[in-house]
Design a protein around this ligand. Structure first.
Ligand code: NAI
Length: 342
């Protein structure tokens, strides 16, 4: 069973809005950057999950109103708000999953790497607090550039002596969501059936959809492969340009992040059949971090799905080699940022 188009497959529609619904599990989830463009719809989607008993919302400003608003939804979880660094430790106490969409988004003409200078420091500070207050939590990094912010988070956790590589995840679910949508549209497939693994990283050519491994099995012409691959790689920029200065993907990103949260909670709850693509410490290639499908369990990553990297088409094999130098440089930039600070 794959996590797919519906990220809450076990919920009947009418149940999710019912005040009769008791929590099916009692996990605590924290969102850091909860008043932002991603944070608000993500908070709403997490508020709908029957697996959550407490939703902790943290931001440097404007989070009180978001929490008051969400708290009126008649779903089981209790919503609490936390504003500014003095309340961050309390926000993180006892939390099972921490999601980090804090930081600045792209404007037209910017690459994800252009966000590095601001977001690197934000992620560093927030992950330090995670290390001090809930070192066993699953950590989901959304803040860009993910290819660098995940290595930064890993270095922070190492310095604090609490790094568990099985529990630190760069959220690349949006690349999979986009690939599934675009392939289904192109091939007239039922959306819920389509699953395309996306490997590599989360920026430009480092995003590599493995169209040959699409399920159900589909054949593409060379032109279709080229067109779909480039569209998936540039889909974020499509949104940045359409929003024309008002930010980057927020709603589809919240949807994707909520799917990854739900998958993590199902894994923590003992579901033995949870798979997601994510950017993590990895030995699948010579790069120290790499996005691939992984199996999730109670203790984080249980297995890497290495078979996805076998039997690649020539196009995919070349694209994989071509992305490595850029991904390597982004990883090294993240690691170096932390050592410069030390
Ligand atoms: P936004 O600007 O709307 O919201 C960011 C929020 O972070 C704001 O509420 C801000 O107050 C908060 N924030 C800033 N500094 C903070 C700190 N030190 N502690 C806590 N909160 C802080 O931005 P948006 O659109 O929500 O994007 C957030 C990030 O997500 C950006 O870095 C963006 O590039 C990234 N992103 C990642 C995607 C992915 O696929 N991984 C897709 C889309 C965006």
């Amino acid at each position: 069973k794959e996590s797919n188009a519906s990220f809450m497959p076990k919920l009947k529609q009418e149940q999710s809005f019912s005040n009769q619904l008791q929590p099916q599990a009692s996990f605590k989830v924290a969102v850091l950057g909860a008043a932002g463009g991603i944070g608000q719809p993500l908070g709403l989607l997490i508020k709908m999950s029957p697996l959550v008993s407490a939703l902790h919302l943290y931001d440097v400003a404007n989070v009180k109103g978001v929490a008051a608003d969400l708290s009126h939804c008649n779903t089981p979880s209790q919503v609490l708000d936390f504003t500014g660094p003095s309340e961050l430790a309390n926000c993180l106490q006892g939390v099972d999953v921490v999601v980090i969409p804090a930081g600045v988004p792209r404007k037209p003409g910017m690459t994800r790497d252009d966000l590095f200078n601001i977001n690197a420091g934000i992620v560093k500070t927030l992950v330090e607090a995670v290390a001090d207050n809930c070192p066993d939590a699953f950590i989901h990094i959304i803040s860009n550039p993910v290819n660098s912010t995940v290595p930064i988070a890993a270095e922070v956790l190492k310095q604090k002596g609490v790094y568990d590589p099985k529990k630190l995840f760069g959220v690349t679910t949006l690349d999979v969501v986009r690939a599934n949508t675009f392939v289904a549209q192109k091939k007239n497939l039922k959306l819920i059936d389509v699953d395309v693994p996306v490997i590599g990283g989360h920026a430009g050519i480092t995003i590599l959809p493995l169209l040959s491994k699409s399920r159900p099995s589909v054949t593409f012409t060379d032109e279709e492969i080229q067109e779909l691959t480039v569209r998936i790689q540039n889909a974020g920029t499509e949104v940045v340009e359409a929003k024309a200065g008002a930010g980057s993907a927020t709603l589809s990103m919240a949807y994707a992040a909520a799917r990854f949260v739900e998958s993590s909670l199902r894994a923590l709850d003992g579901d033995g059949d949870v798979y997601e693509c994510t950017f993590v410490q990895s030995e699948l290639t010579e790069l120290p971090f790499f996005a691939s499908r992984v199996k999730l369990g109670r203790k984080g990553i249980e297995a890497f799905i290495s078979s996805d990297l076998q039997g690649l088409t020539e196009y995919e094999a070349q694209a994989l080699e071509a992305l490595k130098p850029e991904l390597k440089a982004s990883i090294e930039k993240g690691v170096a940022f932390l050592h410069k600070q030390a």
